[in-house]
Design a protein around this ligand. Structure first.
Ligand code: ADP
Ligand code: MG
Length: 324
């Protein structure tokens, strides 16, 4: 590496402060010393991005810097946690100042938006791999868990679904807005904080709605019916769909069910809270859309708006629903 590990840390990562008084010792010592506010507990999560596996090799350094933190903040959002700190393990094939400048710039731009302080990490040489750990605060008993949904409750998602999946699958130079959805996912922190008061269960959608809603339901051995026509599809998504032949259209129609990487929240709310919850979420980024209902019978059943049942072609569905 042109710059030593020590130079990289000092140059790109050590100088940036979020001005938090709960960081007693940050970057520079053998470990960080952090103060959790009285009466609150830590929510801790970690996600690794491997080049060529979790993002295409041509992804910009800015997108990687943003996304490595965003996917972790999305996990905190799904817990209803208030973000506070992060650590960063960076494995780099080479020390490239332009790349590091861009990466750290985008990382801190997102961190600053939520007053997240980078408090430590590790820097090594090797194939490009980025691991971020994020820490947030929750009040005991108030966190949003995957478990807790009940039959009859409504299922909602924030934002729109399938955008990132479509961007990944478009061979031609893609629509810029869709590419932004893939490269710069917006963690739904504000929605998660509101949902602490209303949601019985929540998860963030990293692997696709069917898979992640499946995780939410399986702990309580529940199922769901989904209105596939009601899944929120962005204008950009719909515009690209219109240009496709009917066969591809049918395939891509299901992307909001199966495609990952959107980092929206999926959550359940008892009917009596839905009106108030919808009004509150109308004022936060992403908003929300009612897409289905929790049912006692395991399996996820999809319906068209004309009442006919719809059997997705996507893999994983049959496995979860228990039908062949
Ligand atoms: P040690 O050898 O004691 O583990 P390091 O030389 O690895 O210490 O790291 C020195 C300091 O820099 C530590 O406080 C560590 O947390 C921090 N650090 C190292 N790499 C990063 C990074 N990529 N981002 C943020 N902090 C880092
Ligand atoms: Mg170390």
């Amino acid at each position: 590496m042109a710059e030593s590990e020590f130079d990289i840390i000092r140059h790109y990562f050590a100088g940036h402060r979020a001005g938090r008084d709960d960081v007693l010792v940050g970057i520079g010592d053998d470990a960080a010393l952090l103060q959790v506010p009285p009466g609150r507990v830590l929510a801790v999560c970690m996600d690794t991005l491997v080049a060529g596996v979790h993002f295409p090799l041509e992804t910009t350094a800015a997108a990687i810097g943003h996304k490595s933190l965003a996917v972790n903040l999305s996990d905190l959002a799904a817990m209803g946690a208030e973000p506070a700190w992060a650590t960063l393990a960076l494995t780099l094939p080479e020390s490239d100042p332009a790349w590091l400048e861009e990466f750290s710039g985008a990382f801190f731009a997102l961190a600053d938006r939520y007053a997240v302080q980078l408090v430590g990490g590790d820097t090594t040489c090797g194939p490009l791999v980025i691991t971020v750990q994020a820490h947030g605060f929750v009040t005991p008993g108030k966190a949003l868990l995957r478990q807790g949904a009940r039959p009859g409750e409504r299922i909602y998602v924030t934002g729109t679904l399938g955008d990132a999946g479509l961007a990944l699958r478009m061979n031609e130079p893609g629509d810029t807005w869709l590419r932004m959805r893939l490269d710069f996912p917006q963690p739904r922190i504000e929605a998660g904080l509101v949902l602490r008061e209303y949601a019985s269960a929540a998860i963030d959608i990293s692997d696709g709605l069917l898979a992640d809603l499946g995780h939410l339901l399986e702990g309580d051995r529940l199922g769901a019916s989904l209105r596939i026509d009601a899944l929120p599809r962005s204008e950009a998504f719909q515009a690209v769909m219109k240009t496709m032949d009917p066969e591809r259209q049918r395939l891509f129609y299901e992307l909001p069910l199966s495609a990952g990487d959107d980092y929206e929240l999926c959550f359940t709310v008892a009917e009596k809270y839905c009106g108030e919850m919808e009004a509150r979420l109308a004022g936060v980024p992403g908003g929300c859309q009612w897409i289905g209902v929790v049912e006692a019978a395991p399996g996820i059943r999809c319906y068209r708006d004309d009442g006919t049942s719809y059997r997705p072609a996507v893999t994983g569905y049959q496995h979860f629903s228990g039908t062949s």
